[in-house]
Design a protein around this ligand. Sequence first.
Ligand code: UGA
Length: 422
Amino acid sequence: MANIGVMGTGYVGLTTAVCFSELGHKVVGFDIDIKKVNTLKSGISTIHEDGMSELIVKNLNNDNLVFTDSINHISDCDFVFLCVPTPQDSDGSADLSYVIKAAKDLNKVIKKNAILVTKSTVPVNAWKDIVSTLQREDVTVVSNPEFLREGTAISDFFNPDRIVVGSLISSKAKEVAELYKQGNVTTIITDNSSAELIKYASNSFLAIKLSYVNEIAALCEAVGANANDVLFGMGEDTRIGSKFLKPGPGWGGSCFPKDVRALRVTAENNSINMSLLSAALESNEKTFRRIADKVEHELGNSLIGKKICVWGLAFKAGTDDFRDSPSIAVIERLIGRGASVVAYDPVVKKSNIESLKITSKIEESCSDVDAIVLLTEWEDFKAINPDSIKKLVKNQIIIDSRNILNRDLWMKSGFKYIGNGW
Ligand code: UGA
């Protein structure tokens, strides 16, 4: 069993710390936010993630896991995972200030001959800045990007598609890979720069894929084809694959938009024009607009004075995260065109839009509205009986941007059902 330190207990850091402790390692989770540390110490998860609180409590109790706001507590750790944020800078590049600060702080703290593992998403060659800031020749910097999805982070940790570890010293990379105890999982041992790029290349590829999916849905709508069938038909080709083929109101979250922009900056800085990245971002903006257009179209081509109910604020189901959420992007457009919006989300109870009203009950959100727009694919919405709300709404119009509702059921109940691409 190894002694592992984790710097930063956000989505990535907390999942990493808790899951390594569940594997039997002795883990110290460090964060500068005292309030967060105290919450975690009391066994309460600071993120909405299935099963997280249970694992925290279990591993606090068996002493595999401790949380601290004192960096000195990680001085006994043989492995230190950097999981601090890399937000977007004003020019679209990744802001490395937290990573650099952490490396500086570790200079006097990190154990002799320890391995410093970068898990934060950092641009290609950032590992060189970390090495030069850390100024510790005895410490090896290893790049180990994460591929966890919010909402399924714990199961992704224990059942990864692959583990990527990059280092100039392959024996050190192997030591890091062994911490995961995933003997039968594809493990890619490579150099630091390639490991860093695998992360950006993967997220950006998925974003490009989704922009294409949403454009196909728009085309299906225009030509009278059924996007669900078209996308299913495409996905059956194993070269394409059936995952990540669902149309929606656009893609978002704390990773895709930021990573696509940061990769574009890296490419520009290296005189490579990755025009697909710009196209994917532009296409995503068009998707936000297209969903707002659909609502406007159904309401006589004007949203002025109209009241719209929105179901879903999270950027996808299973998370309380609404950072860069497509729902927020669509709502801003609806409000910008003169509508008032009332929203319901099973877990998100606040937003950054002042004029947006958020209700605590589904029924309340659709009272007297001109249309309902479903933007996040929560299971809760599938369970709604249209008969129970049809008397509450002003117009029986439902726009399902995720194609998750039972069209026949809603139509039978008297609603005009408008899907995405069918
Ligand atoms: C993404 C990657 O999937 C993870 O592998 C990666 O580790 C993570 O970013 C990160 O960089 O930390 P996440 O941001 O949690 O994970 O979200 P995804 O599940 O990838 O969804 C991203 C967006 O695509 C959401 O808005 C979602 O609704 C949308 N989406 C996804 C679709 O519209 N259709 C789909 O078929 C799938």
